[in-house]
Write a protein that binds this ligand. Structure first.
Ligand code: ADP
Length: 260
């Protein structure tokens, strides 16, 4: 779990202003190669635009490049070539410290393994998601309480997370991802460690949070989960194979596997 306490002011002082539109993720011709002789190319030129308030799946079989793409969108890794803009910021122009600030402020992460801090209450785990803001503990706790209410855990604030069920733990992780009001939440196989009933409840929660305004990208190999979301971006062999939107409010042109 990237949790790096970087000063958020770094972004404001030294970076050019983001574009004044509603594009949250903007990838252009993104290529990723891992070193070797010869190098292994795992992304072959990916174009992807995600706008505010979208809820979509990036879906594909194992090895298709989903995790690599998630790392690039999450600014945990840089592309070999191509452009990456997150919340309007051109990632290539940022130093590592600025990238940490961008990540802390603009991106919420949810992982299959939850990555909660053991021995701490649900509220403290969620309040931890606000460390980078420099807010006082009392304020962080109050906001954590509100976020836990939003995910249906208002009655579990003081519970040690080790006493919670898997589904409840994932709700805590989602609250932690949301508490800082990031531009986008990246959920990597969020139901992967849950039984089907708890998994369905998490997917329903993601829908609800999206209806309330959150932008959410779900990375999954599960076609049923992908099909339940308004947009499915299908990956194969390091390329976007198709990009289908079922939401009439978000018409989309798909040309040769590329989305603009
Ligand atoms: P997915 O998440 O869809 O399973 P990945 O993005 O993890 O796919 O992997 C895509 C391809 O890149 C796979 O063939 C994988 O073996 C390869 N790959 C991933 N990481 C590395 C690495 N560090 N070095 C070399 N190849 C890698």
């Amino acid at each position: 779990m990237p949790c790096d306490g970087a000063a958020t002011h770094d972004l404001d002082v030294t970076m050019t202003s983001p574009a004044p539109d509603d594009v949250v993720i903007d990838l252009r011709d993104v290529v990723k190669e891992y070193p070797g002789d010869p190098p292994t190319r795992v992304l072959h030129g990916v174009d992807l635009i995600v706008r505010q308030r979208e809820l979509l799946a990036i879906v594909g079989p194992s090895g298709s490049g989903k995790s690599t793409l998630l790392h690039i969108i999450g600014t945990l890794d840089r592309p070999t070539s191509g452009e990456v803009r997150i919340a309007g910021y051109d990632v290539a122009r940022l130093a590592d410290r600025q990238l940490s600030a961008l990540r802390a402020r603009e991106i919420g992460f949810v992982f299959q393994q939850f990555f909660l801090l053991p021995g701490m209450s649900a509220a403290d785990n969620v309040a931890d998601g606000l460390l980078y803001t420099g807010r006082r503990l009392r304020d962080r706790r109050a906001r954590a309480g509100e976020a836990l209410e939003r995910v249906g855990l208002g009655h579990r604030l003081d519970y040690n997370t080790e006493k919670l069920s898997g589904g409840e733990r994932q709700r805590v992780a989602i609250a932690r991802a949301l508490v800082g009001e990031p531009s986008v939440v990246l959920a990597d196989e969020p139901t992967g460690n849950l039984d089907s009933r708890s998994g369905d409840a998490i997917v329903a929660l993601l829908h609800e949070l999206n209806r309330d305004g959150s932008t959410i990208v779900v990375i999954t190999h599960d076609h049923d989960i992908a099909a339940s979301l308004p947009r499915q971006v299908a990956m194969r062999d390091g390329l976007i194979e198709s990009d289908v939107s079922h939401d009439a409010r978000q018409p989309r042109e798909t040309t040769g596997g590329m989305t603009r």
